[in-house]
Design a binder for this molecule. Structure first.
Ligand code: TYM
Length: 331
């Protein structure tokens, strides 16, 4: 049976890239009866400078947003990472099985370490904690966007290393990365980059809770090029192709049928068409987020139930791990 695990940082708002690249996939998997675990990775979020009250708020907003997107706690396990202590315990053990050059060459580390003057050790170890997340639940499949591939490869490497040294215990997980472009939604301001939470320009990302007028404005101002007809060629026309991709994703159409419909439109008219489709798709999600947030006690209870389910799996794994490593006082 497939064991699905994925995580998301409670940093800033959830954007269209997170949604199309990852969250939507989780809900589909959960509804196909796979065993799905989704983790709000707050421990990962403190590897960059952060504001405590904002982080706490973001955790609730993230939980509400995931529910609004269709993650169903009756079918999936949804919890906050810091509620399950084993993540950090296992992180330490896996750190002792990783070399520093391997971590230094990971692209997300290189990108983020440029943004701070003194590099926190946590930022460096970040992908090891991510491997711990995945391995604690013995995940076989990890649905993520394309930007996470190198991190999943580290988790695969650590599973193999562990199995080689201490005997078979962990499956080597597969990265489930959507074929085509759902796995890489691009910035509206610079289509050579992915849509990202750490992007400084707010016009570059569409957040799931943006008001309709704001979505319209952002898409109208999206950077395209000087050709006015609508074609799909991610290499030579990344801006327009990104809009075509987003359009196809939110309407459930193929790229070709989106193009057929857009034959008579120029870029300006087409942008309005795309914005309308995005607004329609996000409207019910945005409403449900507000609903969920209005009952914080219920959210807290739901997350605690999720943590309890997660904890019992994590504790079992850690017992086996410590046994294999000769840690502690087992007879
Ligand atoms: P995070 O919080 O940055 O993003 C959550 C998910 O959204 C995907 N994503 C995108 N997909 C398509 N286009 C984009 N522009 C785009 N931007 C983000 C990400 O690939 C991700 O799947 N390190 C992880 C969190 C994590 C994790 C884990 C993931 C921690 N432990 C264990 C999987 C398994 C991260 O920062 O995701």
């Amino acid at each position: 049976p497939r064991k699905i695990f994925s995580g998301i940082q409670p940093t800033g708002s959830v954007h269209l890239g997170n949604y199309l690249g990852a969250i939507r996939k989780w809900t589909q998997l959960q509804n196909s009866r796979d065993d799905v675990t989704v983790c709000i990775v707050d421990m990962h979020s403190i590897t960059m400078p952060h504001n405590p009250p904002v982080l706490r708020e973001n955790i609730f907003t993230m939980a509400a947003t995931l529910l609004a997107c269709g993650v169903d706690p009756a079918k999936s396990t949804l919890f906050v990472q810091s509620s399950v202590l084993e993540h950090c315990e296992f992180n330490w053990i896996l750190s002792s099985m990783t070399t520093t050059p391997r971590l230094a060459q990971l692209p997300q580390f290189k990108e983020k370490s440029r943004l701070v003057r003194d590099i926190p050790l946590g930022l460096y170890v970040y992908p090891v904690l991510q491997a711990a997340d995945i391995m604690l639940y013995k995940a076989t499949h990890v649905p993520v966007g394309a930007d996470q591939l190198q991190h999943i490869q580290l988790a695969q490497h650590l599973a193999r290393t562990f199995n080689g040294r201490y005997g078979e215990l962990f499956p080597v997980c597969h990265a489930m990365i959507e074929e085509g472009d759902a796995s890489r939604v691009l910035s509206l301001r610079d289509p050579s980059k992915k849509m990202s939470k750490s992007e400084a320009n707010p016009k570059a990302t569409i957040n799931l809770c943006d008001a309709p007028e704001l979505i319209m404005e952002k898409i109208k101002k999206a950077i395209t090029d000087f050709t006015s007809d609508i074609t799909y060629n991610p290499d030579s026309r990344p801006g327009v192709s990104n809009l075509v991709n987003i359009h196809a994703q939110v309407t459930g159409q193929t790229i070709q049928s989106v193009l057929d419909e857009a034959k008579t439109l120029d870029t300006a008219k087409y942008k309005e068409r795309v914005a309308d489709a995005v607004i329609e798709h996000l409207r019910p999600i945005r409403e449900r987020v507000q609903e969920q947030l209005s009952n914080k006690n219920e959210l807290i209870y739901m997350l605690e139930m999720g943590a309890e389910k997660a904890r019992s799996q994590a504790q079992q794994t850690m017992r086996d791990v410590k046994q294999r490593l000769g840690l502690g006082t087992y007879a």
